[in-house]
Design a protein around this ligand. Structure first.
Ligand SMILES: NC(=O)c1ccc[n+]([C@@H]2O[C@H](COP(=O)([O-])OP(=O)(O)OC[C@H]3O[C@@H](n4cnc5c(N)ncnc54)[C@H](OP(=O)(O)O)[C@@H]3O)[C@@H](O)[C@H]2O)c1
Length: 389
């Protein structure tokens, strides 16, 4: 059978909503070795030294599933065209099977008759990957395609007990959840509040927080904020109490009423609720940090993005003193720019151990990716929205 010469990819060139700008296109099948522009570009990953770039292994992966992330709205709407490739495939997370491998020294060692032990991946390996925006924005190579050419450092082996479907949903959201619990130093016996507990990151954060606070029989507490329709879901993931934010016009006042006399050791804000941060000295212990991974944008325009960016800077750097208008508690925003393999491996091993299960909202055939984006953009997904290839 002749091998395919084309692949499929959702791509965009202009700015706007996915339904306006994304097109499913036939594109040339990616091949190895990668073109010199990718191999030697300093722009595509400023973390890698030139020696690393010249030495690194590359893979072609036949994609099984791509996970959608809300951050793609930033790619579609905010990033100016000059700051990204002209034609872009969106998305970062994928799972699939390695169909080709290339190493820079492959040719030399073959001619020496010295193949040596494989240092990396082999054809047929099942993998999960997370391409950081530092790679996808300048190259235009994202994960919403059925064949990906990718540096091996963005890929790890899929644990056997994790399915390809779960694996695709594991990286960006669950790595973010791990970062949140790490940054907040969540530990045995802690009382933890999670705001925005029912989405991709929130569902992972609830499970992780519960496993940490309850370690070795610890009597910690996990309180989850979500809408009532997701109450059973988050209780099933380990939350001890649920607060339905739709029932409280002033959520911060409700938190003060319920928790002022027994404040939290950590607050993880996945949704980005500024009012909950401003009032948090009422229900977060002195010396504890308010750790967020998001801030609410009024709309996906550059102007609103800059305004939100300014708010985050004020939250982060304004003096804590209440006399100077501070909140009394330190604000930390985590940024999942490039998780690195250590965090990817740690997150995968939590899934392998059963500590983390990926909650899947829905799976869509690749032709229906625009409908999948409707769910994501609604802001009401319960866990991850996946596209199947
Ligand atoms: N900093 C980083 O590096 C980083 C990395 C990844 C993502 N993010 C950001 O983190 C945020 C969450 O990402 P995600 O993947 O978890 O998103 P997601 O899966 O789209 O989250 C959807 C969830 O948000 C909940 N929600 C909506 N309005 C809410 C409200 N007012 N209060 C509490 N929960 C509410 C919904 O729950 P209900 O239906 O129950 O309302 C839904 O379950 C996004 O803004 C994303 O851009 C940041």
């Amino acid at each position: 059978m002749a091998s395919a010469t084309t692949a499929k990819a959702w791509r965009f060139t202009s700015t706007g909503q996915p339904s306006e700008i994304l097109r499913l296109e036939e594109v040339p099948m990616p091949t190895l070795p990668p073109p010199p522009a990718l191999l030697f570009s300093k722009k595509r990953n400023n973390k890698a030294s030139s020696a690393d770039r010249e030495q690194e292994e590359w893979l072609i992966v036949r994609v099984a599933y791509t996970a959608l992330n809300p951050g793609s709205q930033f790619h579609f709407n905010v990033i100016p065209a000059f700051a990204r490739a002209r034609t872009c495939t969106p998305e970062l997370d994928f799972s699939g099977t390695v169909v080709d491998v290339w190493r820079p020294d492959q040719h030399d060692s073959a001619s020496r008759g010295d193949q040596g032990p494989s240092r990396g991946f082999s054809k047929g390996d099942e993998v999960i990957g997370f391409m950081p925006i530092t790679y996808t924005y300048p190259t235009g190579d994202g994960a919403l395609t059925n064949y990906i050419r990718v540096p091996a450092r963005y890929v790890i082996r899929k644990p056997e007990s994790v399915t390809l479907k779960e694996g695709a949903g594991l990286m960006c959201a669950s790595c973010s959840a791990v970062m949140l619990t790490d940054e907040a130093h969540v530990k045995r016996g802690d009382r933890v509040l999670i705001v925005g507990a029912s989405g991709g990151i929130g569902t992972s954060a609830v499970q992780l927080a519960k496993s940490l606070v309850a370690e070795s029989g610890g009597e910690g507490l996990v309180v989850a904020v979500c809408s009532g329709r997701n109450q059973e879901l988050v209780l099933g993931l380990g939350a001890d109490e649920v607060i339905d934010y739709t029932k409280h016009e002033d959520l911060a006042a409700e938190l003060t009423r319920r928790f002022a006399d027994k404040p939290f050791d950590a607050i993880l804000d996945v949704h980005g609720n500024q009012a909950v941060y401003v009032q948090c000295a009422n229900y977060l212990k002195a010396g504890a940090d308010y750790v967020a991974c998001s801030a609410q944008l009024e709309s996906w325009t550059l102007g609103h993005f800059l305004r939100t960016f300014w708010l985050i800077q004020c939250n982060t750097y304004w003096p804590l003193s209440c006399w100077l208008g501070g909140t009394g508690r330190k604000f930390k925003l985590i940024a999942m720019m490039d998780p690195g393999r250590a965090l990817m491996e740690k997150t995968a091993s939590l899934a392998e151990a059963g500590t983390l299960k990926v909650c899947v909202d829905s799976v869509w055939e690749y032709e229906n990716a625009l409908q999948a984006y409707e769910i994501l953009i609604s802001g009401r997904a319960r866990g991850k929205v996946l596209v199947k290839w």
